[in-house]
Design a protein around this ligand. Structure first.
Ligand code: C5P
Length: 219
């Protein structure tokens, strides 16, 4: 028997990463950022001769890649890509790569293996619907597009990335969500048994406290 699994899904910029990290810390769970895995493959493709549309070529890259996602750094084939996978260029291309079935097959298997023993909180788009449909707790974390654009702007600032216009950010977030929601394989969806948490007007601490309380009531 495995320990509990918590699935946190939702659109871009909903605050999933910061919230998930803090919930993991408070509950003593491992934390797995699955978006970092799709970003890592995207970075790898962009830094290779393989084209973004070459599905078999990308699948081969993904199959041979060693991705190490930890709470503090991300490495691909032993190279530190913690910052490199967060650039606007990678962000603009990641949805096209994540839509490819062969890539998802490789990464989903790695996610299932990494979390097989439970005691893990996973963050992504398809955790509750596909990766762990039997997760003990499923949260669909969201916020209005304007709120998410504001948060993303602050994130970029904090990471020392060049400033981006709020309207442009809202536009690119909306485009990414549309691509992630409209793809054929494992699209972004709230699982029917997920609890939707709309975080507009809530502080990170309030969201974390709510999720911790929800976990304690089921685990
Ligand atoms: O969460 P993050 O914004 O880092 O995710 C980057 C991209 O990776 C998403 O826009 C989506 O295309 C893809 N992704 C996915 N399935 C997941 C996690 C992320 O398709 N479980």
């Amino acid at each position: 028997t495995r320990k509990p699994i918590v699935a946190i899904d939702g659109p871009a910029g909903a605050g999933k990463s910061s919230v998930t990290k803090m919930v993991a810390q408070q509950l003593g769970l491992f934390y797995l950022d699955t978006g970092a895995m799709y970003r890592s493959i995207t970075w790898l493709v962009m830094n290779s001769d393989v084209r973004l549309t070459d599905e078999p070529g990308i699948a081969e890259l993904a199959n041979q890649a060693t991705i190490e996602v930890t709470e503090t750094y991300v490495k691909v084939n032993d190279q530190d890509v913690t910052q490199a996978i967060r650039t606007p260029e990678v962000t603009a291309n990641v949805s096209a790569i994540a839509a490819q079935g062969a890539v998802r097959q490789v990464l989903v298997r790695q996610q299932q293996e990494a979390a097989a023993r439970g005691g893990v909180i996973l963050e992504g788009r398809d955790i509750g619907t596909h990766v762990f449909p039997d997760a003990e707790l499923k949260i669909f974390l969201t916020a209005t597009p304007a709120e998410r654009a504001r948060r993303r702007q602050k994130d970029l600032e904090r990471m020392g990335q060049p400033a981006e216009d709020l309207a442009a950010l809202e536009q690119s977030i909306a485009e990414r969500d549309a691509k992630d929601s409209n793809r054929l394989i494992a699209p972004l969806r709230k699982a029917s048994d997920a609890v939707e948490v709309v975080t507009d007007g809530m502080t990170i601490e309030q969201v974390v406290a709510k999720l911790v309380a929800m976990y304690r009531s089921v685990a």
